[in-house]
Ligand binder design. Structure first.
Ligand SMILES: CC(C)(COP(=O)(O)OP(=O)(O)OC[C@H]1O[C@@H](n2cnc3c(N)ncnc32)[C@H](O)[C@@H]1OP(=O)(O)O)[C@@H](O)C(=O)NCCC(=O)NCCS
Length: 102
């Protein structure tokens, strides 16, 4: 699964956000996420010019996936989430849909 969100605010309609990318453990490492992400980027390119995503800094699988798709990190939110008392940083990523290589 994956979600694509565009703000209804007029000044923010040029950008979208990818959310909730998830593949069930049984089906991982088979290329599902890459195909899902490719489809999502293709869809987003028809709607917006910037695609944002947030990924936990320590999530090496998702980090590699997004970097391969051309996303670039433009910042890091410290202590963005807390799970069982442990804080985790989030990397803020963006893909320029006008400059990407299809
Ligand atoms: C991250 C996630 C979506 C990857 O799904 P997947 O279907 O297994 O990914 P794919 O098989 O399409 O792999 C695509 C690329 O992702 C990277 N990747 C995927 N799993 C990886 C792992 N365990 N370790 C390192 N890199 C990994 C690799 O670069 C891979 O390319 P490669 O196969 O050429 O090496 C999946 O592990 C998941 O649902 N994790 C839990 C939820 C999550 O972290 N979502 C991301 C939130 S930002």
């Amino acid at each position: 699964m994956a979600g694509f969100v565009v703000s209804p605010k007029a000044k923010q309609r040029h950008k979208g956000t990818l959310v909730g990318l998830y593949v069930q453990p049984t089906f991982r490492r088979l290329g599902a996420a890459r195909r899902l992400l490719d489809a999502m980027v293709g869809h987003a390119a028809g709607c917006v010019i910037l695609l944002h995503a947030t990924v936990t800094a320590s999530n090496t699988a998702a980090q590699a996936l997004y970097r391969q798709a051309g996303f670039a990190r433009y910042g890091t939110e410290p202590q963005a989430i807390r799970v069982d008392g442990q804080f985790y940083d989030d990397d803020l990523l963006v893909l320029d849909l006008l400059r990407r290589t299809p």
